[in-house]
Design a protein around this ligand. Sequence first.
Ligand SMILES: *[C@@H]1O[C@H](CO)[C@@H](O)[C@H](O)[C@H]1NC(C)=O
Ligand SMILES: *[C@@H]1O[C@H](CO)[C@@H](O)[C@H](O)[C@H]1NC(C)=O
Length: 596
Amino acid sequence: MRLALTLSCLSLVSPALSATFSRRSAFAPGVWTLAQQGTTGVSALEMAVVSETTVLIFDKVEHNPLTVNGHVAWGSEFNLQTKQARPLNPLSNTWCASGSFLGNGTFISTGGNPVVITGQSGLQALRLFTPCTDGNCDVFEDPNRIRLTSNRWYPASVRIEDGSVIIWGGSTTGAFINSAGINNPSYEFFPPKNIHGFNGLKIPSQFMVDTLNGNHFPIVAQLPDGDIFIAANQAAMLFNWRTNTETPLPGIPNGVRISSPFSAGAVLLPLTPENNYVPEILICGGSTLSDTVDPSSISSQAPTSAQCSRMVLTTAGIAAGWKVESMPVPRIMPDLILLPDGRVLVVNGAQTGIASYDNVNDPVGHSNADHPAFTPVIYDPAAPAGSRFTSSGIPASTIPRMYHSTASLTPNGSVMLAGSNPNTDFTTTTFQTEYRVEFYSPPYLSQPRPTYTGLPATVDFGSSFKLSVSLPSGVNTVSVVAIDLGFSTHGVHMDHRSVKLVSSLSTDKKTLTVTGPPSGNHYPPGPAFIYVVTDTGVPSFGHKTIIGTGASPPVDQGAIDNLLRSTTGPQLDLQGSPTESGEGSDTATAVIPLTN
Ligand SMILES: *[C@@H]1O[C@H](CO)[C@@H](O)[C@H](O)[C@H]1NC(C)=O
Ligand SMILES: *[C@@H]1O[C@H](CO)[C@@H](O)[C@H](O)[C@H]1NC(C)=O
């Protein structure tokens, strides 16, 4: 493995030590509201908004009330208008899979768990879901033709500039924490590429060796200069997939671990033309617990980290290092959500303990964590350090959202919270399997909102298009942001990003001329929700488009053939193993009785 120590691949465009954000004169006044509406049918361990009205939900195989095809369901599609869930029928277990959209708008879920019901292990699964509007689409799997190169439990994925996806790391089998014996320190592309001499097969990553043990679900983000930011455990790096080069970054300060089971939340702060799209990463929460001790020596009451670490990813920013600040309360497993007004909402998680269940010496029910973090906090990245956090006026939830919970911005601008299930199987005892959905509506939703029409189905890079806008009275200027709502699981929000587009408003304030993102590194080609935001911070509904041409990512048939020839395919039919257990011990062969 080549390890280049040069920083030459970094952006040299801006010497900024801290990215400058165009500070809003005001954020919308009004009240926050919290509404509990609908249920997901399966517990929302994984979640991705797939259309203007629907949300894809994946759970693990367990005794959910929802059924499909004569067996329990572990996938559903939640309708944001009717607040109803319809079951989906993935064939393999989606438990702890990753998720990303391809450049043509098809969603892929990769990896998972072997617990079976349909005879198909999820460890090498590659599931496709093409969103539809008629309520008839379902998950597509054909492991003989489409699969990963190797087993991956807790991998991460990221969409890159050509609309393909890179899948990173994970374990070859189930475990509470990664370790050398089960590590899969490699990455692979979908569709597979013939690159670096591996011709469709997995490519080793030294970083995923060096970051053992706590490196499940690494934090991954595509950067505007073509590099990919990757953080795991206490380390971070820049990765160039074209040259297969890992460039170390300063480690996370103060001994904080940031990936599962020490799950922090992370987000790439909004990229804007005003700051020349200088990327800045924010990682909040996690834990300073050891990643080598026996988990039975850990307590559910162990303190978690309140630290947020923020770094500008330019040569100068990296030289200046991480800037550290503190959330009002410590959290493990928080979700960081980019709002259309440029702020970050921190929701969900627990104030003590660690991720997963049935591992620590004093579990609460089965949970390794306790003291749910019920009150969200807003982070304003453009405010002066020391005054960026506020929970003022935000109602607390009463529903614990800890391990296996999710959150996402919705097209309408609210934030949907779902899931929480620190349990082997469905339970109504503490902390129960959670199906209830909540929506946080920021104050901007109580204000008169802009509306627009005319969004093209695709928006190519640098191309210009016109929107017909209707602005509330008194609004003088607007901005336009393209948000990838991403894929939520375990506090990680794969591909979630906000890119402000260059725009200009006609003098009669009725026509907005907008330019697509500069490149596929700024916004990897794929789905985006376009919000027109007033100068007072009130967003329109975010209509969906596809950035780029909507074309399928490049396919190398030789690499696919080599993958299929060289790999054994999924382990089939693990039924018969008697083990029933949590993630702590023998999940790889756990089979729970699944006849209803
Ligand atoms: C969007 O949010 C507003 C304000 O909460 C609400 O009145 C409206 O019904 C929502 N629209 C959709 C399509 O969800
Ligand atoms: C998107 O590309 C993938 C990979 O080639 C393909 O399997 C899928 O069918 C495509 N989706 C659409 C909608 O064309």
